[in-house]
Design a protein around this ligand. Structure first.
Ligand code: ZN
Ligand code: ZN
Length: 91
């Protein structure tokens, strides 16, 4: 079970993310994060026994950035801070 998160920026950047427990495995969690290199908000599925700072972008293989969803997330395209909104749930 997890959350559907939606991110909308004034510049036109839009992203929907599925966060929470993994779809493939119950021992992993999808974390919303930002890849500064791809300039994309993404989710990475991390095994619950693996430290989050070991997470790599599945696209470019670089270290991803995590953020506190309460503090506003900088848009990867223009840098403006927007909130990640909960759009629903999935199981
Ligand atoms: Zn990347
Ligand atoms: Zn933007």
């Amino acid at each position: 079970m997890g959350e559907i998160l939606s991110y909308n920026c004034r510049c036109g950047y839009k992203k929907t993310l599925n966060a929470g427990k993994g779809m493939r495995s119950f021992s992993s969690t999808n974390h919303a994060c930002l890849c500064a290199f791809c300039r994309e908000l993404i989710t990475v599925e991390i095994d619950d026994n693996t430290p989050k700072d070991k997470a790599l972008c599945p696209r470019c293989g670089r270290r991803v950035m995590f953020f506190n969803p309460q503090g506003g997330i900088p848009c990867p395209k223009c840098g403006l801070k927007n909130d990640l909104l909960t759009a629903g749930r999935w199981d």
